[in-house]
Design a protein around this ligand. Structure first.
Ligand code: 5GP
Length: 194
């Protein structure tokens, strides 16, 4: 067995229900881990105001998404609240091989697919302090119409019940504390022998 004691590339999934603060945690984690990169997913969802194609997502048609699935170009994919989302495999594989931490912001079904493909991936589940707090944060965000909000809350309940599939659960109660915990967990995993 080759033991590499220095930091090695690592695939990290930070999943959790919509509204838990994943986007903010991802951004902060990346600012603290300079060589971490965020995978840019493909989605059939329409861009929100301010979202940029190729940066926030690759916004694709349902036909194009199906081509990616058929061509085995996605590491994982899932349907979420009426749209499809998936992680392009190739950029992730090259970045991990180059020694980067690659962070995926994906929902639960996708996280479980990553686990099946890559047992060495680190799976972190970001949980809200309570379901009521999650509901409050999603409402305050104001990005969804009532029907979409309802779908996201239903899905959130299902996701919270599945946290036990993950390596670690981190509660996003206080942002600074939560980010510090996530960074410490990632750093520790990077230093573990392969
Ligand atoms: P949003 O529409 O709010 O950007 O994302 C909705 C959900 O889809 C979030 O939980 C987000 O983490 C998840 N998501 C984003 N990209 C992917 C992906 O590539 N694969 C999977 N499985 N989920 C994703």
């Amino acid at each position: 067995m080759t033991v590499r004691s220095s930091r090695h590339g690592l695939l990290v999934v930070i999943a959790g229900p919509s509204g838990v603060g994943k986007g903010t945690v991802h951004t902060r984690v990346r600012s603290l881990l300079p060589d971490a990169v965020l995978s840019v997913s493909a989605t059939t969802r329409a861009p929100r105001d301010g979202e940029v194609d190729g940066v926030d997502y690759h916004f694709v048609s349902p036909q194009r998404f199906q081509e990616l699935v058929d061509g085995d170009a996605l590491l994982e994919w899932a349907e979420y609240a009426g749209n499809r989302y998936g992680t392009p495999s190739e950029p992730v594989a090259s970045a991990v091989a180059a020694g980067h931490v690659v962070v995926l912001d994906i929902e639960l079904q996708g996280a479980l697919q990553v686990r099946a493909h890559d047992p060495s991936a680190l799976l972190l589940f970001l949980a809200p302090p309570s379901f009521e707090e999650l509901e409050r944060r999603l409402l305050a965000r104001g990005t969804e119409d009532p029907a979409a909000l309802d779908r996201r809350l239903t899905r959130a309940r299902e996701e919270l019940d599945q946290a036990h599939h993950f390596d670690v659960t981190v509660i996003n109660d206080d942002l600074d504390r939560c980010v510090a915990e996530v960074v410490a967990i990632i750093e520790q995993a990077r230093h573990e022998p392969l």
